[in-house]
Design a protein around this ligand. Sequence first.
Ligand code: MG
Length: 241
Amino acid sequence: MNNKENSYKALLLDLDGTLLDLQIDQFIAAYIEALAKKFNGYIKQEDFARHLFGATRVMVANEDPTKINEIVFYEEFCRRTNQYYDLIKPIIDDFYRRDFAHLSCWGRKHPYSRPVVEAAKSKNLALILATNPIFPAAPIQQRLAWSGLDEKDFQLITTMENMHFCKPKKEYYLEIARKTGFAPEQCLMAGNDTVEDLSASKAGMVTFLVEDFILQRGEEEPVCDYRGSLQDLAGFIEQLS
Ligand SMILES: [Mg+2]
């Protein structure tokens, strides 16, 4: 592992449950309820969540490298709801501009989010916010602010507007490598999800499972290069040469 440790050029960080202590179930429920209300009169309230999740699933499964995630999502969401993009898009944008901030009560700053970022900077590692790009930039930037961090700290923030793939596809991680110019093996991916984040290894990246709010999927013992708390991750970076 020593050779690997000395060759990192970039640190990829997951957001929800890694840098941000987010009460995910309550957050999702409140998010769906608030967004559904914005569509009252256009989309049946009882069908809203099904359509939102359905369109999100299609976006996550997309393998067409020519289609940005945002396009895939809106095509499917408009098809399902039988509504026009020109009606849907401004309502969603308005929600993120005016309503999303109310959900900040479900997120808390992790005391080691800032130390991890500072440690990476002190080692001249490029920082990439590798949050699953199923959201637009606006709510990602807001959640990043809830975590006590600033978008300026990151060379790249993956969003539905700038990515063609989602986690856990290896193509998502390869797209990050391509965009930033780093070889996958120069990238250390740290996150709390045993599937979505550890799948970076399929792209050839080194993985660090952050266990503070671990999201273990399935029964099997997760396969990762390193594991520990966010505090451990800060320490791990600090001891790199
Ligand atoms: Mg996460």
